[in-house]
Design a protein around this ligand. Structure first.
Ligand code: ME8
Length: 647
């Protein structure tokens, strides 16, 4: 009954030869964000990932460990599945090439192509790279005569084997690539593939007899089918290739095979040849993403820089990692993972921008309107501009995501998050709350903020599904989150007047980086102490101080990250401030002049080398400067970056 347009997306199936690292998590996260976006946009999505379990390498490793290949891979594959659940991967199926359902498909495909005459028996003498499970011709080897992919030595292999007539399909594949500019993306990979085919395609050896951990050739059981021939067909197995024509008709051809750049060749040349031999249509797109390096270096066990995604999730949460990977790296290009960059993003974008927006908004609705979002009436210019921005963000997000510009789309959403934070500063709800005549203006402001957060929750859901849901739940929206569609934020005003929101909860705690050297505390010798006392005495009557004295006061621009009233006082606020290289708590006697929300996000001037003092049980380390005249008081706020010194 569903009228939804189908969308079939796959990741590569991963080798269970080692633990998955952050590079695999990157590939799967991209696919997941696209799958989630498509579901949001109303598509009927089928998202497939899995494990590629056969081959000589696995067999050898299992033998070394004294277990059967299946016993060996079972444990590793269970870890994959655990990782995908923890990372919030929303795959619809997980295919293991060791499953009977897959064996059936591979053998049937082999039989069909054999019967057609496109598979024949011959003898193979060639250069084989065991780690990559790939045959290479002489002219494909690297400058050292090694595998062009992994640069390890290749082995001369000679054996009876079955061959697939790839050469027969070379012209047709080339024509297809040339006539369908969308087929291989990005365009640089497309050009590489065109050049590769133009050098000539040889028939592909698709069976081996030197090991038996694989799917037997149906008519000749001493051969096992070459791993890539086996692995590529995984894309057909779960969508009903042999037993559900309707399902197969719906999802095939695949809309997107997302793969790493080094395996684009298998997907855009070998796979199309197999599909042509089966008279099946070709996938609509093969997208080759770039590689993730760590601190500028390729990950490798010997360098000890392999990043385990499960440990990262434990430390920082799945959504923080997803956000970082999707935002930092432009799809198609290589990207860098660094812990420092991850922490900076978490603190600036997630804890600060997004976390504060949610916290300030819910806090103010709680405080000023007893937690109720009142119906708006009328609309000021600034309200209208926030609303227009929200609508424009939805359009830009849709357009960007449809073109697979993931990082750009996230940046657009974050520009809106910043806009909404600025709207709070511009509308100053704490001032409106003090004026009974401004009740409706305040109601309108709170409405616009809550509605903006409803938009943001939906917009971030492909990137950060856990956080999106938490925001939705804190807003206490009645619509079940799992049913939300992009069309729900194509019109403004989805929150009903009189709706009660929930209490704010922290989305992302700030990550404390190890403290760098503390700003030098003036160490006093006894002599210096005496001299100072003398100087103080001397200076008592005089208002002048020397430059030297002034230079003892270290002033710096700091950002207020959080602010709250100190319980049971009406004068004191506890501020958490970012000095650039560390964070501090300070107690400031400005509660009569500022609502806490008003200060959050402000860059203010602080004395940073004031001796710490305990005030109401809080260790206050520093002092924010303020100017006062009569009853009025204003903190010294400057438009300079955090860490700037004030002289
Ligand atoms: O190639 N950065 O499996 P695989 C980004 N079984 N992506 C990375 C990466 C990194 N540092 N390291 C690996 C295979 N990947 C075959 C696929 S499909 C029918 C068979 C990506 O486990 C890599 O680019 O070696 C590839 O797309 C995927 O992880 C699987 O790699």
């Amino acid at each position: 009954m569903s009228e939804k347009k189908p969308f079939y997306i796959t990741t590569p199936i991963y080798y269970p030869s080692a633990k998955l690292h952050i590079g695999h998590a990157y590939c799967t996260t991209i696919a997941d964000a696209i799958a989630r976006f498509k579901r949001l946009a109303g598509y009927d999505v089928f998202f497939l990932t899995g494990s590629d379990e056969h081959g000589q390498k696995i067999q050898r490793t299992a033998e070394e460990q004294g277990v059967s290949p299946l016993e060996y891979v079972d444990g590793i594959v269970a870890e994959f599945q655990k990782l995908w659940v923890r990372l919030g991967i929303s795959n619809d199926d997980f295919i293991r090439t060791s499953e009977a359902r897959h064996h059936r498909v591979v053998q049937e495909i082999f039989r069909r192509i054999y019967e057609k005459g496109d598979i024949y028996k011959g003898s193979y003498t060639g250069l084989y790279c065991t780690p990559c499970e790939s045959y290479w011709t002489e002219h494909q080897l690297d400058e050292n005569g090694c595998c062009p992919d992994c640069h390890r030595p290749v082995e001369q292999v000679s054996e009876e084997a079955y061959f697939f007539k790839m050469s027969k399909y070379a012209d047709r594949v080339l024509q297809y690539i040339e006539e369908n500019p969308e087929f291989i993306q990005p365009v640089s990979r497309r050009n590489e593939m065109i050049n590769f085919i133009k050098q000539g395609l040889e028939d592909l050896c698709i069976s081996r007899t030197s090991f038996d951990w694989g799917i037997p050739v149906p008519m000749d059981e001493k051969h096992v089918i070459y791993v890539w021939f086996d692995a590529l067909t995984n894309y057909l197995t779960p969508i009903g290739f042999l037993d559900d024509a309707e399902k197969f008709g719906k999802y095939w051809p695949a809309d997107l095979h997302l793969v790493g750049k080094e395996i684009v060749r298998f997907h855009s040349i070998i796979w199309p040849c197999i599909l042509m031999a089966l008279d099946l249509p070709l996938p609509k797109m093969v997208y080759g993403h770039g590689w993730l390096v760590v601190d500028g270096d390729k990950m490798s066990k010997s360098k000890g820089n392999v990043v385990d995604p499960l440990l990262l999730i434990d430390e920082f949460s799945a959504d923080a990692i997803r956000y970082f990977l999707l935002r930092e790296i432009n799809l198609g290009q290589d990207g860098n993972f660094s812990r420092d960059a991850l922490i900076t993003r978490i603190n600036a974008d997630l804890a600060n921008d997004l976390g504060n927006l949610l916290h300030r908004t819910l806090n103010m609705i709680g405080k000023f309107q007893d937690g109720i979002v009142l119906a708006p009436e009328g609309e000021s210019e600034i309200d209208a501009s926030l609303k227009a921005d929200a609508m424009a963000t939805v359009r830009a997000f849709r357009e960007g995501m449809e073109q697979m510009k993931l990082s750009e789309s996230i940046k657009k959403v974050w520009a809106f998050v910043s806009r909404a934070n600025k709207y709070i500063d511009e509308t100053a709800p704490w001032a409106l709350a003090k004026d009974p005549e401004k009740k409706q203006v305040l109601a309108n402001t709170m409405y616009h903020l809550a509605e903006s957060l409803r938009f943001i929750s939906v917009l971030i859901s492909p990137y950060m599904p856990f956080t999106a849901k938490r925001i939705w739940e804190q807003l206490a929206l009645p619509q079940p989150f799992d049913e939300v569609q992009l069309s729900d934020i194509e019109t403004w005003g989805g929150i009903a007047g009189g709706h009660r929101v929930g209490a704010p909860e922290q989305l992302f705690p700030r990550i404390e980086v190890e403290k760098e050297a503390q700003p030098a505390k003036p160490q006093q010798t006894q002599k210096q102490g005496k001299q100072q006392k003398k100087a103080e005495k001397r200076e008592e009557p005089a208002a002048e101080i020397s430059m030297e004295d002034f230079s003892k006061i270290h002033l710096r621009v700091v950002k207020v990250l959080a602010a709250e009233k100190v319980p049971e006082t009406d004068k004191l606020l506890k501020l958490t401030v970012d000095l650039g290289n560390e964070k501090r708590e300070i107690v400031s006697g400005i509660a009569k002049h500022y609502e806490p929300e008003e200060l959050i996000g402000k860059n203010v001037v602080m004395v940073i080398n004031l001796k710490p003092a305990k005030i109401r049980g809080i260790v206050s380390h520093g002092m924010v400067l303020a100017a006062s005249a009569g009853d009025e008081l204003k903190v010294l706020s400057v438009d300079m970056p955090i860490g700037a010194t004030v002289r």
